[in-house]
Write a protein that binds this ligand. Structure first.
Ligand SMILES: [Zn+2]
Length: 254
């Protein structure tokens, strides 16, 4: 958390706030983010022309350089609001954008004015697939690894596997062509549905205006253990897989 739909929700709110505006001041708390100190001072005086996303990464695209923002586990970008764990503030003429992150797994850094296109983004790349995987990982862990396609975290991996009727414990290399195609379609569908709902707020996810998502009310299996499968009525089970909570229908997802 946040995953691709949450990053996209933030990107859309940022578009309304910073395009055409210049970063006039930069403030940094000096504390390490993802265990490293950052240097984003050179982004000062950059004018933002676009806001882009690749996977879970958000790019404030400037004329000469980009500022990459990765929200990690608990990062937030807030407009005109400072919280206890604010680590970066970008000051614009008419307001400021703060980066707040209690766990400090998120980070910011300056990149050249292009966006790397690998690994594929499930919504922005056309030709990607999950077929012919040589990996020994089970399919759910492969999705989370970001090796074949990026942006999918624990919530949407569970959701997509249920929709595609594939067991999260199935070995990646055993996926048939049909299953791989079904899973790709399911991933695209769950991500688009979540974007429509402006993300999933389990704890404190919100966009730059502080508005929470609503997709937590429309989840198929995530957090629904003990409730009936929406397709067949069997009770949804919860198990741990590599210490991540895994929700599935034992009847539909054989
Ligand atoms: Zn079922």
């Amino acid at each position: 958390m946040p995953e691709l739909p949450e990053a996209e929700t933030i990107r859309r709110s940022l578009e309304k706030l910073v395009i055409g505006k210049t970063i006039e001041q930069v403030w940094y708390s000096g504390l390490p983010l993802r265990s490293k100190k950052i240097n984003i001072t050179p982004i000062k005086n950059e004018t933002i022309v676009e806001v882009k996303r690749w996977g879970k990464n958000i790019f404030l695209v400037g004329e000469k350089q980009n500022l990459l923002v990765n929200l990690g586990m608990s990062g937030k970008l807030l407009w005109n609001k400072k919280e206890k764990h604010t680590h970066v503030i970008l000051v614009f003429k008419d307001g400021y954008l703060s980066f707040t992150d209690p766990r400090r797994f998120g980070y910011l850094h300056i990149t050249r004015p292009y966006i790397p296109k690998e690994p594929p983004d499930p919504l922005l790349t056309k030709n990607w697939d999950l077929y012919n995987l040589s990996s020994k990982m089970v399919i759910k862990n492969l999705l989370l690894s970001g090796k074949r396609v990026i942006g999918i975290g624990n919530i949407y991996a569970n959701e997509a596997l249920w929709l595609a009727k594939i067991s999260p414990f199935k070995k990646s290399s055993l996926l048939t062509k049909q299953e791989a195609d079904r899973l790709k379609k399911a991933i695209i569908r769950v991500l688009k549905e979540a974007i429509k709902d402006r993300g999933t707020t389990l704890k404190d996810f919100c966009d730059c205006f502080g508005v929470k998502g609503t997709h937590q009310n429309n989840l198929y299996v995530y957090n629904r253990q003990g409730n009936n499968c929406l397709d067949c009525g069997t009770k949804i089970e919860k198990r741990y897989l590599s210490r991540r909570s895994t929700f599935f229908c034992p009847a539909c997802q054989l």
